[in-house]
Design a protein around this ligand. Structure first.
Ligand code: ADP
Ligand code: MG
Length: 252
């Protein structure tokens, strides 16, 4: 994935002020930074939920590109919409608040998108959903409704649901922030397991221990900009930028 000079503003307020980075297949990258610095906006741009004002997002050769100042029409709105659609297909997203469909069982939650979006047969969607729910440790909970599951179980279910679309990249927006402390590790363990299997993952997180243990590298953002990209040891023991040092000092 290549992200090049991505900019986004809401009205007169610049939220992303030229964000660039590159990640290789199989990397696990954590994004940290103070609340309001643009982490969620960046993830929403990466999966096409939000349109960028300018810059390039290229995931596995599908590029979403906006030229500064140009109206969407100048790039061809159809192309842009098509690229956003392709991006969404390649990118799985997991939110803080799980967002499972409350009136569907866990199994149905995981089966739904492949059937609706890809036209996968019911039998195939079901077999795949069972496999994925087993993988995240929920093989015994297939017929449960979200309300009967713990937050950790719901979030693991949400991960299985995203995986059901066979994404090339998984994005997580503070996936453990809404969980009781005792349920955090079971979710982080699933992400570590996916990392071992070679999934490419970007995780916005306040779990510094996870960022340090599990990341190939860490991106520190502040005020809509990337301040520092370092590997996990360097970020925590010897941050390059004084702003990073101050944030980590305040945080730890
Ligand atoms: P983070 O995830 O790092 O906390 P966000 O990406 O959610 O930050 O938000 C960055 C900034 O953009 C914040 O100041 C927020 O208030 C603002 N913002 C986010 N979404 C919108 C929106 N739809 N309209 C206007 N401002 C927004
Ligand atoms: Mg956020």
């Amino acid at each position: 994935m290549r992200v090049d000079d991505v900019r986004k503003s809401y009205g007169a307020i610049d939220i992303l002020k030229g964000v660039s980075f590159q990640i290789e297949e199989g990397d696990l990258v954590s994004i940290i930074g103070p609340s309001g610095c643009g982490k969620s906006t960046l993830l929403r741009c990466l999966n096409g939920l939000e349109s960028l004002d300018s810059g390039v997002i290229d995931i596995c050769g599908v590029a979403l590109k906006r030229t500064p100042g140009a109206k969407p029409a100048a790039n061809g709105p159809t192309d842009l919409a098509h690229a956003a659609h392709l991006l969404r297909k390649n990118v799985g997203m997991v939110f803080q608040s799980f967002n499972l469909f409350p009136h569907k069982t866990l199994l149905e939650n995981v089966m739904l998108a492949p059937m609706v979006v890809k036209g996968t047969s019911k039998a195939e969607a079901e077999a795949n959903a069972e496999r994925l729910l087993n993988k995240v440790g929920l093989g015994e909970r297939l017929e449960h409704y979200p309300i009967d599951l713990s937050g950790g179980q719901q979030q693991r279910g949400a991960i299985a649901r995203a995986l059901a679309m066979a994404p090339k990249v998984m994005l997580y927006d503070e996936p453990t922030s809404a969980l009781d402390p005792g349920l955090v590790d079971e979710v982080l363990d699933v992400m570590k397991e996916l990392d071992r299997e070679g999934m490419t993952q970007i995780v916005v997180t306040h779990e510094m221990r996870f960022a340090r243990d599990a990341s190939d590298y860490i991106i520190y953002m502040e005020k809509g900009e990337i301040v520092e990209i370092s590997d996990e040891d360097e970020m925590f023991t010897n941050p390059k930028d004084p702003r990073t040092r101050q944030f980590l000092h305040r945080f730890l």
